[in-house]
Design a protein around this ligand. Structure first.
Ligand code: GTQ
Length: 349
């Protein structure tokens, strides 16, 4: 049978082919591959924000804008390589790393979003984060969850300027077009269990022991106090390279404290830890002390409150230059694990 739709006598020019493809919303894979190769950027490298430099900006921020004007006074740590939305880039492909500043007497009004967030307190005392109505005091080193669709607000009735690290899975949620937002006022507060009900080692409240799966994909505990975390870290067993690790978990499941975002504390050993690498991405906040890291082909020294990234695929090794050098590490390991994309390697040579 003759194919009447094709004029075999006329050989289309490449321009005609491109025009026809454009008209019908079609592209040619071999041309896209060539274009992609030309745009290929080098593997993501570690970025390092020194606290000294951040402090200068924090000082300026607190003078130029109020929480009334800014709603939330937040500075974003940016890697322009991950700018897919015109916002200037995010620290890692799936997770943002921000700093939030709250002055005495200020408050950040309640809202909720389909984005998981966490706070790691860096400086100051006396503020409270309310998470679905639960009061979470904010003391240095405390880690506080504000899981997706929980109402959260920050209130500061203390006397010192507060600075905390904000980690959010916003880039991932935005790439899925699933980052809904609702401003306050707060309504329909769900029932929550007091964090204190989980305060005994190895015990959880009874209504979750009847075999029913937890309804939420996040921990019912919202505040992980520094005072107990650092004590536990001091007693944690060391790996053969001296590294001691704690993981922030959901006590009902033993898994990641929230879906997507999986957090750890590392006590860095005196000599460099074995290089590890992963398909997951990490942001490190220096919680205590000073040390040195080699990430990919970069080696740098860090001090308290510095922030640096360990982009996926980079070999990373850490050492302490003073005793008790501790890193708070936020990763997208749970996202990668859920998708079957998590691969870890340790260099044992
Ligand atoms: O505290 O709710 O760093 O909504 C970015 C967006 C913090 C917050 C950020 C937010 C918040």
């Amino acid at each position: 049978m003759d194919d009447v739709s094709i004029d075999h006598a006329h050989k289309p020019t490449i321009e005609e082919f491109h025009a026809a493809m454009r008209k019908h919303g079609v592209g040619a894979l071999w041309e896209a591959q060539a274009a992609e190769a030309a745009h290929k950027r080098p593997a993501d490298q570690s970025l390092h924000w020194k606290w000294r430099d951040l402090q200068t900006l924090i000082d300026m921020t607190a003078s130029v804008v109020t929480t009334e004007e800014a709603e939330r006074r937040v500075l974003m740590l940016q890697n322009p390589a991950h700018d897919h939305t015109g916002r200037g880039g995010t620290a890692t492909p799936n997770l943002t790393a921000n700093l939030q500043i709250l002055m005495p007497g200020e408050r950040a009004r309640p809202h909720r979003h389909q984005i998981h967030a966490l706070r790691f307190v860096m400086e100051g005392s006396g503020a409270t984060t309310l998470v679905d109505g639960k009061k979470c005091p904010m003391e240095p080193g405390d880690m506080i969850l504000t899981p997706a669709w929980t109402w959260h607000e920050h209130v500061h009735e203390g006397a010192e300027r507060m600075i905390w690290f904000d980690g959010l899975d916003a880039p991932f949620r935005r790439s899925m077009d699933a980052a809904d937002f609702e401003p306050g006022p707060v309504h329909d507060l769900p029932a929550t269990a007091a964090d204190a009900a989980f305060g005994a080692i190895g015990l959880v409240p009874g209504n979750t022991c009847d075999g029913a799966a937890p309804a939420q994909d996040y921990s019912p505990v919202f505040r992980y106090p520094w005072s107990s975390a650092r004590q536990a870290l001091a007693h944690a067993p060391a790996a053969d390279d001296g590294l001691r690790i704690l993981r922030y978990v959901n006590p009902l499941t033993g898994g990641s404290a929230m879906s997507v975002i999986d957090c750890f504390l590392y006590a860095a050993p005196p000599s460099p830890s074995r290089p590890r690498r992963s398909t997951a991405n990490a942001v490190c906040v220096v919680a205590e002390g000073s040390g040195r890291s080699t990430i990919g082909d970069r080696t740098f020294d860090w001090d308290k409150h510095d922030v640096f990234t360990v982009p996926h695929g980079n070999w990373a090794s850490h050492s302490a230059t003073v005793k008790d050098a501790t890193l708070f590490i936020m990763t997208d390991r749970d996202l990668m694990a859920r998708l079957g994309l998590l691969r870890d390697e340790v260099n044992n040579t």
